[in-house]
Design a protein around this ligand. Structure first.
Ligand SMILES: C[S@@+](CC[C@H](N)C(=O)[O-])C[C@H]1O[C@@H](n2cnc3c(N)ncnc32)[C@H](O)[C@@H]1O
Length: 316
């Protein structure tokens, strides 16, 4: 196991054994010393085999991903060379974590469905949602931050993604303004980002503290309540974060589902990826409901990075 204790906050490391099994704790420590690398092929005219050949010709090593045909896992040491490739600079390939792609796979977007991405910027998942819609159906990509929406505009333009309705609104008010408007809703919530921690990038962990987790959990509950109200009956919402903290994951769901604004159930997610674990069953002495077996915690195994996914369906 990599020793990261000189860098990463001690209070965070002390929580890990409460959240992860010992082998997964060791995987998390290794992950913080070096994250995996993956790409999504954006250009519909480019096949995976073709890209793999091009990458290998440039001296990069890439392998296919069973559950995500348009993705390739790339050797992490090749990050800089990958970024410099014309295919990446031209927006025909997009560097995106496999776990981010997993959130969109869990949403099960089909052509013709109307989709809301509540916290969308800088737009990596939005771009994949639009690809899955195949140009059919409404896609509203909302974010609170004007600067990040501008960044999303640039990302979508570079990737050649069109037909996205960019929207700036506090997502906690979307339930009132867009009640029962969407078939699919992605709530990729602002979170403490523990699954992004990298020893070599202090900006990823320097402002972490347990108070931040508590503040974000309060916001996440408001966001989830509001997002559920935007679902049409029968519609599906995916709640995702890139953090390990149960307070921002299972406990947010437990709070909202204890008094949901619309009738919902937690559904299993069909996602055969590496690093998949069930949700935790208890926290801080409190047992959580049995639906936690349906949510997914992704631990850094294979080419996956830490993530949390829950899929909720509005039943009436
Ligand atoms: C995890 S990031 C989203 C990443 C994005 N889904 C992607 O795949 O590129 C969370 C986003 O939530 C936005 N945000 C924070 N508070 C918000 C709020 N109250 N309403 C809407 N968006 C918010 C942040 O500006 C940030 O862009």
């Amino acid at each position: 196991m990599t020793d990261v204790s000189n860098d990463i906050p001690a209070a965070f490391l002390e929580r890990l054994p409460l959240i992860l099994q010992p082998d997964d704790e060791s995987r998390m420590n290794d992950f913080m010393a070096g994250r995996p690398l993956s790409i999504r092929i954006v250009d519909p005219n480019l096949g995976t085999d073709e890209v793999q050949v091009e990458l290998e010709a440039a001296g990069l090593s890439a392998s296919s991903v069973d559950w995500m045909p348009s993705a390739l896992a790339v050797r992490p040491a090749d990050r800089r060379r990958l970024q410099d490739l014309p295919l990446a600079r031209d927006g025909r390939l997009f560097i995106q974590s496999l776990s981010s792609m997993a959130a969109v796979v869990a949403l099960d977007v089909q052509p013709g469905l109307d989709v809301l991405d509540c916290c969308a910027a800088p737009g990596g998942k939005t771009a994949l949602v639009r690809m899955k819609q195949d140009g059919q159906g409404i896609l509203v990509a909302n974010d609170l931050s004007r600067n990040r929406i501008r960044k999303m505009e640039r990302v979508l333009e570079r990737l050649g993604v069109t037909g996205v309705d960019l929207h700036q609104q506090a997502a906690e008010t979307l339930g009132g303004s867009h009640e029962a408007c969407f078939d699919r809703v992605l709530l990729d919530a602002p979170c403490s980002g523990e699954g992004l921690f990298q020893v070599s990038l202090p900006s990823t962990w320097a402002d972490w503290e347990t108070g931040k987790i508590r503040r974000l959990a309060r916001l996440q509950k408001r966001l989830l309540r509001s997002a559920l109200q935007t679902l049409r009956p029968g519609g599906v919402l995916v709640y995702s974060t890139c953090t390990l903290a149960p307070e921002e994951n299972e406990l947010v769901l437990a709070d909202v589902l204890g008094r949901p604004p619309v009738p919902v159930v937690v559904e299993p997610i069909d996602l055969p990826c590496a690093g998949r674990r069930p949700g935790i069953t208890s926290w801080d002495g409190t047992m959580l409901p049995e639906w936690t077996r349906h949510v997914i915690r992704i631990v850094p195994e294979g080419d996956m990075s830490p993530f949390f996914l829950a899929r909720l369906r509005r039943t009436a």
